[in-house]
Design a protein around this ligand. Structure first.
Ligand code: SAH
Length: 344
């Protein structure tokens, strides 16, 4: 039986009208599935009983299954979720002051090949379908109260799967009450698709993972830089309308001895002159796949102060959920497809 969450609105309309019911019943169905998050056709009391019965004879309502939840001392929870073909992804539930942040995956693995990121070591196994991205939200919303923000910063490169990511954002926006301004898309900088994404959702928040202030180092650690180099990224940021620029974030992962000196801070400040972005500094989360180290907190603070003195708005993202390997760049799984579940 097919998962009803895999139907687009148009497909639902087609099926429902072919069964002889009016088109608007598809909207009713979507309201039950996504707005009220109903798990049971029989509870959809404003659909005709015969329609409910037919739907439950042909479809199931299936969220990604929870294989494992690990909870860190700070309350961060990492979910390992299984998909219908046995692949699995990780999503992170992060309690913050006054709201909850969901960190979602957009691909199983990733093909960007960044030489510090655990997900990259898997390669790209497949894209997530849009309903699997929405499914992570449906699953994480269970037991969540209050306001939720979404960051597309889990496994995968969202702009390498834009078709599904954009559909997912559409459902979140149209049916689940998520304004795109509460959704942050983080990218290595696939610039043409980034421009398209902002045309489609002008209020979407974007974060660009710059990480190194020059092409030489950035290319070494982020091979995508050969195609979309630092200068092009800066140019694109400068071309954004000012209101969007103020909302855009530049992410800079700090690696001990690689890009964390005060000279690097100055190079970064100079590079970003005229862009009007916020800077997120992320002290590197060490993982077994790579030898890189996190700088001491004092270095991180000095780096941040140097940028602040130049007038930038800087936020240091001391990662949550580090001990459960839920922090940035640590998400990785190889569940399913003949492989054994393993630690990260
Ligand atoms: N592919 C997207 C989103 C996923 S990665 C992107 O690159 O932006 C989200 C962020 O985590 C990126 O800024 C990335 O540079 C950073 N990151 C990756 N590995 C990390 C690690 N081990 N420690 C800290 N940040 C890491």
């Amino acid at each position: 039986m097919r998962n009803i969450l895999s139907l687009t609105k148009e497909e639902a309309e087609e099926i429902i009208t072919s069964w002889g019911y009016p088109r608007y019943q598809a909207s009713n169905l979507f309201k039950w599935l996504y707005t009220k998050r109903s798990r049971d056709f029989s509870s959809m009391t404003d659909l005709p009983k015969s329609l409910r019965e037919r739907l439950s004879g042909e479809f199931r309502i299936e969220y990604p299954r929870v294989l494992q939840v690990s909870e860190a001392k700070d309350g961060t929870k990492k979910y390992l979720l299984s998909l219908e073909d046995g692949e699995a992804v990780e999503s992170v539930w992060i309690p913050e002051r006054g709201h909850t942040t969901f960190c979602l995956s957009t691909q199983v693995g990733c093909r960007m090949g960044c030489r510090f990121c655990a997900t990259a070591t898997m390669g790209l196994r497949r894209n997530l379908y849009w309903w699997e991205i929405v499914g992570q939200v449906l699953r994480l919303l269970e037991g969540t109260e209050g306001r939720v923000n979404i960051v597309l910063m889990g496994m995968g490169e969202p702009l390498d799967n834009w078709e599904n990511v954009s559909r997912a954002i559409g459902i979140l926006k149209d049916w689940m009450g998520f304004s795109p301004r509460r959704i942050t898309l983080s990218t290595v900088g696939l610039l043409p698709i980034l421009r398209r994404a902002l045309e489609e959702f002008p209020n979407l928040r974007v974060a660009v993972s710059l990480n190194f202030p020059d092409d030489e180092r950035r290319t070494k650690f982020m091979p995508v830089n050969k195609k979309y180099p630092v200068g092009e990224i800066i140019k694109t940021l400068k071309e954004l309308p000012i209101s969007r620029r103020e909302r855009a974030t530049v992410e800079y992962v700090l690696f001990k001895g690689l890009n964390d000196s005060l000279r690097d801070a100055e190079a970064l400040a100079l590079l970003l002159k005229g862009t009007k972005v916020k800077i997120n500094l992320i002290p590197y989360n060490e993982n077994q796949a790579f030898p890189w180290k996190r700088p001491p907190d004092e270095m991180v603070e000095e780096f941040a102060s140097a940028l602040r003195r130049k007038g930038y708005s800087v936020f240091v993202r001391y990662s949550k959920g580090n001990e459960i390997k839920a922090a940035c760049g640590q998400l990785r799984t190889s569940w399913g497809k003949g492989s054994q579940p393993q630690g990260n």
